[in-house]
Design a protein around this ligand. Structure first.
Ligand code: FES
Length: 107
């Protein structure tokens, strides 16, 4: 089973392979920020610190929302904020292996 670690916390949990990250963590009592749970609001955004290749590729809805999030960050925090970041949406990200993530604040 994949292990998910939350950066800057002591939280590491095992979740079923191919589970949606947000749902699997919520089932274990780890609640990430959320809104729509369908990939359009961006509230559940995370930075994948390690293991990005262990997530299934983003679909069109997730990719469009990530692009909007990146544009928001460019305007509010500057393009340097995005350097080294791998933004995904936890409500859409399917986990296939060990990852470490950091929830991202809006604005
Ligand atoms: S909760 Fe809205 S995009 Fe994930």
């Amino acid at each position: 089973m994949p292990r998910v670690s939350i950066q800057d916390t002591q939280q590491t949990v095992e979740i079923p392979s191919d589970a949606i990250l947000y749902d699997a963590l919520a089932d274990l009592g780890v609640e990430l920020p959320h809104g729509c749970l369908s990939g359009s609001c961006g509230a559940c955004r995370i930075d994948v610190i390690s293991g990005a290749d262990k997530l299934a590729p983003a679909g069109v809805i997730e990719q469009n929302t990530i692009e909007a999030i990146c544009e928001e960050y460019r305007q509010t925090r500057g393009p340097e904020f995005l350097q080294g970041k791998n933004i995904r949406l936890s409500c859409r990200a399917k986990v296939c292996g060990d990852i470490t993530v950091l929830p991202l604040a809006r604005k």
